[in-house]
Write a protein that binds this ligand. Structure first.
Ligand code: MG
Length: 253
């Protein structure tokens, strides 16, 4: 396994890619409302990405038919945009988005709450986001990969949630998926030592019920086996010698 350390020039491009992706998420949020199909959101979002001079990196990735993965409620990730899938009040809508800017990838996911959602669903979304920030505290040069994994898993465990084990975060750069893999639960080994210049997509996927997931017949959509709700939160981050930099989120914490 080789983990790529980015140069200053590469980091600048990835920062730009990240900021552009943040803008796409922010602009797309207004369209996540009852009555919209996930196909419509995908098309609007694709237009946004292209109008920024970027390309959607999920489109045709291993044959994926959409520019965004849009997953509803018990769907964990990789939902295929569809005219048949209509967003309703109370839904948890996970939008995973990515783009390529001057050859560099960014990747980020949000869980949107549509209108009034059940308190337990809102709590799941909130805790999943917190899991990312718990992991982020350990994303520093000199720490090990497992420090991030452990912190994410421990936070989810406090609430009795199931941490998805079959899907993990990843390195990112000139490819969407680079080494290392980043599990959201503790490992027996401490993993690689983190170094300044690594760019990582950290993405807790947390289920209200058990951790088990299954793939649907469309070969893409991943759902919880027990039908419980799932939430997802992801940012592309940069490891530095000090505090990590979030490349796809510049909002206030
Ligand atoms: Mg990712």
């Amino acid at each position: 396994m080789s983990v790529c350390i980015k140069t200053e020039r590469e980091i600048e491009l990835m920062r730009e890619a990240g900021h552009l992706l943040e803008k796409v998420h922010d602009d797309l949020a207004a369209y996540v409302k009852p009555g919209m199909s996930t196909w419509e959101i995908d098309k609007i979002g694709e237009q946004m990405i292209r109008s920024l001079g970027c390309k959607p990196n999920f489109l045709h990735y291993n044959g994926f038919p959409g520019s965004f993965c849009i997953s509803l409620n018990d769907e964990v990730v990789h939902g295929i945009p569809s005219k048949e899938k209509i967003i309703r009040e109370g839904d948890l809508v996970k939008i995973d988005a990515g783009l390529i800017y001057k050859g560099y990838h960014s990747d980020a996911a949000r869980t949107y709450m549509v209108g009034e959602v059940a308190p337990e669903a809102a709590k799941l979304a909130k805790v999943t986001r917190q899991c990312f920030f718990e992991g982020l505290k350990y994303a520093k040069a000199g720490n090990h990969l497992n420090d991030i994994s452990k912190a994410i898993g421990a936070h989810a465990a406090k609430y009795g949630y199931g941490v998805v084990r079959d899907l993990v975060g990843h390195g990112i750069g000139t490819h969407l998926h680079e080494d290392p893999q980043i599990p959201n639960f503790p490992q027996k080994r401490r993993g690689i030592r983190l170094m300044a210049g690594m760019t990582l997509a950290v993405e807790p996927m947390i289920n209200m019920g058990k951790a088990d997931v299954v793939w649907l017949g469309d070969k893409w959509t991943v759902v919880t086996r027990d039908g419980s709700l799932s939430a997802h939160y992801e940012n592309t981050i940069l490891i530095t010698n000090g505090e990590p930099e979030i490349l796809t989120y510049t909002g206030t914490l």
